[in-house]
Design a protein around this ligand. Sequence first.
Ligand code: LLP
Length: 430
Amino acid sequence: MNLPPHLSVQGGHLVIGRHDLVALAQEHGTPLYVTDEQRICDNYTRYQKALATLYPKSKVLYAAKANGNVSVLRALGKLGAGADVFSPGELELALSAGMNPADLLFNGSSKSPGDLALAVAHGITVSVDSLDELHQLDAAAKAGGKKARISFRVNPALHIPTHPKIATGVTSSKFGIAHDKILSAYREALACSNVVPVGVHCHIGSQILDIEPFVKAAEVMVRVAKELTGIGVVLEFIDLGGGLGIPYHHDTDPAPTPEEYARAVVPVFVEGITAAGISPALWVEPGRYLVADSSVLLTRVNSVKFAHKNFVNVDAGFNLLIRPTMYDSYHEVIVANKAASPATETYSIAGPICETGDILAADRLLPAVEAGDIIAVLDAGAYGFAMASQYNCRPRCAEVLIKGKDKALMRNRETTEDITSTMVTPPWQQ
Ligand code: LLP
């Protein structure tokens, strides 16, 4: 199997950077997420450079939802990344990671009055998703004695080749304002006293392995930008969102690169803004591309069962990685302590959760597996821990961060007490 450069096999063990994953599992216990900070930095730098080489006013805003550990945000913030934040929690994480408030965009289709007040208080640009939200934000800005900087999220209504649950720039999605209604939305914003439209935003979906939809979205966005300029909106940025996919099937998926993305999208962008006579910044919001391949999820084999098929029962399930259950996603798996052994048996890797759908990987050819082995689930860094739950009263696992020769916890393992500590006894049960 093709491995990215930060993963290797040494002495029969799977290794991340300079660290033996079997040894990390022994030291910290399982289940365990292990993340390579250098890989995240390399992915970010590559993405930023690919765009800035062709258009210097390009900026990468990391989609914090992909992996919201503050250590990840801090590493990216140090390199100059901004962030797409989707909740007050993500907003506060980005600020506490040292990111510049001017480099954040507060996204989301359902913001509460508290969310809007928080954005106003911190002076964060808001991507507005409805006219109702626009007027609520106008009122929140007035109450806060400030002007709120906004963009609207445009729904370009395209065909997006990805899982339907994560296609957003399609007619049927809950996100954004239809591209043919967007002009009147901006007119309404221009008429508000306490909001200033400064940008325009879209995000068409996630895990997209074809560059063409991004080009089509860019075409819609520069056309909209020209029309907006015509009605007097001064655009400081055009945000084309995230969505670039990664090859989860290492040997067979197409692997579009940031350079290919930039070579296809930036000329459309530059031609469009030149025609409009403007020079806004180009913002993008990748999440998955920056972090997915930086992490592995380590899980220990509890038992092996030979039944109508062969099951490897492990200690991590959809409580810690829900993607296979939720989107039928594929993740490569490797027996970390037998990484050089020949694959001879077919197994399904089953988690400990009380649901039939709790299968991390189906029908995989692996070396003969036994209790105590350590299975590494690859490409778990995006929407992995971020979507973890405490289902079945299972505490969420620890996360280790490595960088070069260094390694340290970036999240402690939860305990059952952490779960029960927020439970309170109603008076009649006391
Ligand atoms: N910008 C906005 C407004 C978004 O909603 C998202 C992702 C991104 C950027 C980043 O997209 P990315 O570059 O990571 O594709 N849980 C799903 C993915 C959900 C994506 C949600 N929005 C999964 O595990 O595949």
